[in-house]
Write a protein that binds this ligand. Structure first.
Ligand code: HEM
Length: 192
């Protein structure tokens, strides 16, 4: 599984990067589902689900900051030799845009909740209070943040679909080892 090329570089991500990737992915998928579906829940379930949604969003901010620190201090494995230089540049730019989205999406939710009526307690899974962001309570501003939160939610959903489509293409059609870089336990489907 290690398959280190002769120069000693790894062909898969470090354990820390794999942990951050899959933990944050699961939390974001859960929050997208709750965010888009909560209006159909019963009032009691909606209250619990939205409390979980807010706590999970704050957890995503903390984990994303940890992930960025990890990314800066741990070099990712090199892209396949077949990747052209513009493809490498694009992959790099998209990865940093995704980090920005992973922060901007929960921060707009936090801003919306802080600028809104503050009807419900804001706490971290009921364990301790989360402070409101220092913005004035203002219905107009809360609506603006809500619109941005929703727009970023749709962008995240679209990128998630593209991301999964790209992974499926690498695994089933190109049969290269791109997916195994982040899922080293996955069976090798390479044609060679
Ligand atoms: C990874 C983090 C997050 C994701 C993926 C996410 C996603 C979403 C989505 C897709 C919606 C539905 C938007 C709509 O259709 O109007 C939503 C609603 C909402 N989000 Fe988030 N969110 C995140 C973090 C947060 C945080 C940190 C807070 C607050 C502390 C928050 C507060 C809210 C609230 C209050 C709503 C309901 C708005 C309404 O019904 O009017 N979100 N979220």
């Amino acid at each position: 599984m290690d398959e280190r090329p002769i120069d000693g570089t790894r062909s898969y991500y470090s354990k820390g990067a794999i942990f951050f990737h899959w933990t944050i992915a699961a939390l974001i998928i859960a929050n997208l589902a709750i965010g888009f579906l909560h209006e159909g829940f019963s009032p009691a379930l909606r209250g619990t689900a939205m409390g979980f949604h807010k706590s999970t969003g704050i957890l995503v901010i903390v984990l994303t900051l940890g992930r960025i620190a990890w990314r800066i201090t741990h070099k990712p494995p090199p892209l396949p030799v077949t990747a052209r230089s513009w493809e490498k540049g694009l992959a790099h730019a998209v990865h940093w845009l995704l980090y920005a989205l992973m922060l901007a999406l929960p921060v707009t939710g936090w801003l919306m909740t802080s600028a809104g009526k503050r009807k419900y307690a804001l706490d971290f899974y009921g364990l301790f209070p989360i402070p409101y962001l220092p913005v004035a309570q203002n219905e107009g501003a809360a609506h603006t943040y809500a619109d941005r939160h929703e727009l970023l939610g749709w962008i995240a959903l679209a990128l998630l679909v593209l991301h999964l489509g790209g992974a499926a293409k690498h695994y089933f059609m190109d049969r290269d080892r791109t997916v195994q870089r982040i899922l080293p336990w996955l069976r090798d489907r390479s044609a060679a």
